[in-house]
Design a protein around this ligand. Structure first.
Ligand SMILES: [Mg+2]
Length: 124
């Protein structure tokens, strides 16, 4: 059974690009959802068991890091949801912060379909 995907990004253009890149990567998801803020992403995760989340970091309002931390702290029932940060930031300090918050990995921008395959396949 294919997994469900949630794309969280405050840019609709970026959500479209991520969606297209996932499609080009050959990975298949049974359903793809979108959220335009960390708050909306958290709400979706509170309501539904999503398998994989691709989450932007820099968003107005709740940041991606804050969202991951909130999910890990407040939604123990979503412990198996794999959350991948999609970000321009890939410094060691950032990666450490994201992992500490509870992220399962990160994909740096600009990304390619191959990068998606490489980072997501082990998690599916
Ligand atoms: Mg953003």
């Amino acid at each position: 059974m294919a997994d469900t995907l949630l794309i969280i990004d405050d840019s609709s253009t970026m959500r479209r690009i991520v969606k297209r890149t996932v499609r080009m990567s050959g990975l298949s998801f049974s359903e793809t959802f979108e959220a335009e803020s960390g708050e909306q992403g958290f709400e979706k995760l509170s309501a539904d068991a999503i398998d994989v989340v691709l989450c932007d970091v820099n968003m107005t309002g709740m940041s991606g890091i804050e969202m991951v931390r909130k999910v890990r702290t407040e939604l123990p029932e979503r412990k198996d949801t794999r959350i991948i940060m999609v970000t321009t930031e890939s410094s060691a300090a950032f990666v450490a912060e994201a992992m500490k918050a509870g992220a399962d990995g990160y994909i740096s921008k600009p990304f390619t379909p191959e990068k998606f395959t490489e980072k997501l396949t082990p998690l599916l």
